[in-house]
Design a protein around this ligand. Sequence first.
Ligand code: FES
Length: 343
Amino acid sequence: MIPPDLRGRRERDPFWVAVNAAFNGIQRFRSLRAPAPPAVRPVDRTMRLTVQEVRREAEDVVSLRLGAPDGRVLPAWQPGGHLDVLLASGRRRQYSLCGDPADRRSYRIAVRRLPGGGGGSVEMHGLREGDRLAVRGPRNAFPFLAHDRYVFLAGGIGITPILPMVTAADRYGADWSLVYTGRSRASLPFLDELPARRVTVRTDDEHGVPSAADLLGDVPAGTAVYCCGPAPMIDAVRAAVRMDATLHYERFAPPPVTGGKPFEVELRRSGRTLPVPADRSALDVIRDVLPDVAYSCRQGFCGTCRTAVLSGDVDDRAPSDQGDDSMLVCVSRAASGRISLDL
Ligand code: FES
């Protein structure tokens, strides 16, 4: 408010008008001379690691040991953690850490080769000792929590997050057991690293495909069940596990689409409109025509497939896929009709 003039009047006094103008001029002059604030630069948390060792662990499975080129200590991780791997092709993939968390100079991951997959596993199998690999993390979406009793269930390459958990449970004296399943013994990586006394190996060629009851057995109340494997295995275990046990699971393949309705996805930049049937994800349909579209987990938690929505309403199907003009095309769908994407 303009103060009263020297005679107590409220109209604009030339004296105060002059004082204000001088003050504003000084402020403007100072702001012109002040150095511009430094630009905010995004922090690049990518590590460029060297492939130190490639080992064949089972049919179509190799492990890779990664370390810093200068041998420095790497960020710590806990059982259940994974790395985001940024491949030279631009693909991103996530691989569970399956080495020893106490080893701070190297990470170990393992990859099953899937020739009919999205190409990431084939590219990983092409890596050789001495190659460089860009990674981010470690991150943990499958935390291993302290319990007195565990039942671990692993299907094939699903052993990778379970292996460090088993080792930790064994180290601190928990009561635990593991059922490890797969097509055949030759397809099961890391069998020789598991303490045989607590491990039951069930292979399809010897025992047939196991039911959830075969896997779970008689789980005592209060047991923590940790499960990683193909989607049908996890779905069966989820349906069968008793109410007083706690179930923790991680899929390495996307869950089937349930409750989906057909819609159309318009790829505005590509000039294509594609029908998405009720039982397929938008990502899978888009990959048919844009095979290099970015994705990783295909389960709605990594954010790699987030795509700008240009028009249409989104049926958000991931907790993190809400509140802005984009969608995770691996799980979310159009609420109705058609959705247009910036692809
Ligand atoms: S691929 Fe991970 S959120 Fe879609």
